[in-house]
Design a protein around this ligand. Sequence first.
Ligand code: BGC
Length: 413
Amino acid sequence: MTKKTISGLALSVALISGAQAADVEVMHWWTSGGEAKALGELKQSLAKQGVGWKDTPVAGGGGSNAMTVLRARVLSGQSPTAVQMLGFDIQDWGDQGVVANLNQVAKQEGWDKVVPSALQQFSKYQGKWISVPVNVHSTNWVWGNKAVLDKIGVGVPKNWNDLILAMKKAKKAGYVALAHGGQAWQDATVFDGVVLATGGVDFYRKALIELDPTALSSDTMKRVFDRMAQLRGFVDKNYPGRDWNLASAMVIKGKAAFQMMGDWAKGEFLSAGKQPGKDFVCFRTPGSQGAITFNADQFTMFKVDKAHQQAQQQMAKAVLSLEFQIIFNKVKGSVPARTDISGERFDDCGKKAIADLKEAVNKNSLVGSLAHGHAAPAAIKSAFYDVITAHFNGEFSSEEAVKALVSSVKNAS
Ligand code: BGC
């Protein structure tokens, strides 16, 4: 985002188009079945308090599309009340001076004490709360159809070779081995897990967070691309452009064996009436157990006129309230954005996600997802996207991808 273009507007108070005083206008990319159900919980919780909802969906995982639409809205002086946002994008908007200060409600509700520090780092800009975390997702997950795995005689893969072997068996038996949608953010989501599984957490940090040229150009990075190419051999020919939830549906319906996707995929399984352990299995990208590539959805609050401030504060408070966090995250497939909630009321995959997160925090192996804006700012993220996708689509060999990555990241930094 160009700082100059937006900061000219920073002093003008944003107006909300079409929203009543007691409404919140919410921009988000939760357009799939499972996501809509989770969002419905928030709408309901606000409706109970007399807060109305103006829905502004902009489809596209990772939020790049939403950020483009948002820029136009803010430039025309029509900021939404709240915008779903990830990691570094939140800080970018903090820079523009167009966001609200939530310190009062944060103090009342004790957010400093209950929100994990890995999230607070993104929610606060220069000491001010500007954003309200709603969940913690992670991207190093694989989802498998239980009946298909039983049929081809494989259990949960324990390491990379197991996974490849299982995919070979699935392919041979006539299933799509890996359900995937060829969209840059989905390719990058798979890449997150493959980097973690291949190089471990220290390598992930060096290459994707510190952008260390030695790590980026290493043999390990080449091996990561080799593995991406391996996976490419297991997708069906209709993968280009497919939405992620349609890929989930292939696993749900037993057309495909696996999907490598963040735990919002669980929301799709649940919304289709499927049960973890019985109908589907969830496991970490083999080789990455013990570490997590996380992304936390947050609602960044924009400056609104006086008439809308109360509804905005009510929404901020509702999002992080204890009971809502449980209800919402059970449906969404994510983990609560509070440290004081146990896994008790969650299903088996949810329990595992909560335990894994705790373990990763203790072992210092919790790292931000590159694909979902928690490892590097938007320009660098998109430099990665370009190379990962070009390689996945066969335009680059692994050696060429490594070279392209080093120079693209350098140019974007
Ligand atoms: C968000 C998830 C969302 C997914 C797919 C991710 O960037 O963090 O909440 O479900 O995209 O839309």
